[in-house]
Design a protein around this ligand. Structure first.
Ligand code: MN
Ligand code: MN
Length: 468
């Protein structure tokens, strides 16, 4: 049938109605291969980095391999130069210098590399009825029941009085022991099962089982605890008091894996927000010399409000940018007012099993591409930076021109809940900012799920923004 034979209704439908499309219906075979290759790198990144410190280490290794150098204040930089600065081992900023001066602004992708987990308390180790335990304090928004009866590994750092830092990573290597928080058996769980989900597992019950073997030939107290301490001393040279200046995290002891017969999804701990951190990083590492300087900011502490010296509210970012600007005699505020930021963070993917908390017309769907979020927040957009219509239009254009599959996303129904990102902290700096990232199923669970195509499209989206 020739075009002219289209009915008036069909023509109007074609030109007027917004059609959303599954991205699998618009990608080529070669793109699908590129997606697989990209996701292989992403899964490796996830397995290597289960804490922000580890993500920083991995980022620095990848950056150095891609020709990035540690930035030193006062360094002379020219277009195409690639530098990074680590903030206290927990956040990292990378830059590829553009052809244009910093007075023209920069393109920023800001993601976070901390994820919900269970932190050990500062005095964690105790023995109860000849079982050894670690006390924990959960970090970020966790549904506590999800952390019971799953294998855990221990990662983190112990800072010793002499200033040295011992890194800890136990449970991920072949044959290494793991840890667990035990759950109640259903046979005795009837009373607990009547409680509200939020109250059923008290935070002080999230105690990790770490041993059961009493010290031999000894009739003193705490023989199990003593055995654990002896093993820790042998392996790491630490004593109980050293826990006081330690940051040890219990994280899920499973690595990233493909999900589904068709392997179209990835299940892993910490997609939020390493899926966007890796997308931003991968896009930056392969940049040539962009028009405007490109910045990748990987922040810590987003899950607890972006506070603190390594969070997005810290002026560590401003100091880095100010140092770059000083090299070109540009004021930081002049650079910021012309800059653009993608707050690269995940969004909730529509889950047909929990349809009641979503509003279908404005939800992000798995495999529909990078999710753009004009606003986040809760109770009437409270806490959102609410990107302007002009900013949304700009991003639409850039992504369309680059052939990136994208969709609009809102985190659930109005008043169903809500959430925030680093977007408001970037916008508060007078930088035009919009949230964009990968839709996630089971967000904040020990094992989250994302679509490979959305991961890949988000990476492509980051590239498009850096090259805009
Ligand atoms: Mn996040
Ligand atoms: Mn989160």
């Amino acid at each position: 049938m020739a075009d002219k034979e289209l009915t008036r209704g069909a023509q109007l439908r074609e030109t007027l109605i917004y059609k959303r499309k599954n991205a699998y219906d618009r990608v080529s075979e070669s793109e699908l291969q590129a997606m697989e290759d990209y996701c292989t790198g992403y899964k490796q990144f996830l397995d290597a980095g289960k804490t922000e410190r580890e993500c920083v280490d991995r980022t620095v290794a990848l950056a150095q391999a891609a020709g990035f150098k540690p930035y030193e204040r006062g360094m002379d930089l020219k277009p195409g130069d690639r530098v990074y600065r680590v903030n206290r081992g927990k956040a990292v900023m990378l830059a590829v210098m553009g052809k244009k001066g910093l007075d023209c602004g920069v393109n920023i992708a800001a993601a976070h590399i901390d994820s919900p987990r269970l932190d050990l308390k500062q005095n964690p180790l105790y023995e109860a009825e000849e079982l050894g335990y670690f006390k924990t304090h959960y970090y970020g928004g966790v549904r506590k029941y999800q952390w019971l009866a799953v294998p855990l590994e221990l990662r983190g750092a112990v800072a010793l009085r002499d200033g040295s830092v011992v890194r800890v990573c136990i449970g991920s290597g072949e044959g290494e022991p793991r840890f667990v928080i035990n759950d109640l058996l259903p046979h005795l769980g009837a009373e607990q099962a009547k409680k509200l989900m939020a109250d059923a597992v008290p935070g002080e019950n999230l105690n990790i089982l770490v041993g059961s073997r009493p010290l031999a030939d000894d009739d003193g107290a705490d023989r199990v605890k003593l055995t654990v301490l002896e093993l820790l001393h042998e392996k790491y040279g630490i004593v109980e008091e050293d826990f006081i200046s330690a940051e040890l995290c219990a994280v899920p002891a499973f690595n990233a894996s493909d999900i589904g017969f068709d392997r179209s999804l990835i299940g892993a701990y910490g997609h939020d927000d390493r899926v966007c951190a890796y997308a931003s990083l991968a896009a930056l590492l392969e940049l040539g010399t962009p028009e405007r300087t490109a910045i990748c900011m990987l922040a810590d502490k987003e899950e607890i409000g972006s506070e603190g010296v390594s969070g997005m509210q810290s002026s560590a970012f401003d100091t880095f940018m100010e140092d770059l600007c000083a090299g070109q005699n540009v004021s930081l505020s002049a650079c910021y007012e012309k800059s653009f930021c993608l707050s690269a963070d995940v969004t909730a993917a529509y889950d047909p099993n929990y349809a009641e908390v979503y509003e279908k017309r404005n939800s992000a769907f798995v495999n529909y591409g990078m999710g753009l979020c004009k606003y986040t927040g809760a109770r009437g957009k409270s806490g959102a930076s609410d990107a302007s219509a002009e900013v949304v239009a700009y991003v639409r254009r850039v992504l369309d021109e680059a052939g990136v599959a994208w969709q609009m996303a809102e985190l659930g129904r109005v008043d169903a809940g809500g959430g925030g990102t680093v977007a408001c902290y970037m916008a508060n700096r007078n930088i035009d900012t919009i949230d964009a990232g990968v839709p996630v199923l089971s967000m904040h669970a020990p094992f989250e799920t994302v679509g490979k195509l959305d991961c890949y499209m988000t990476y492509r989206g980051m590239s498009a923004i850096f090259n805009a």
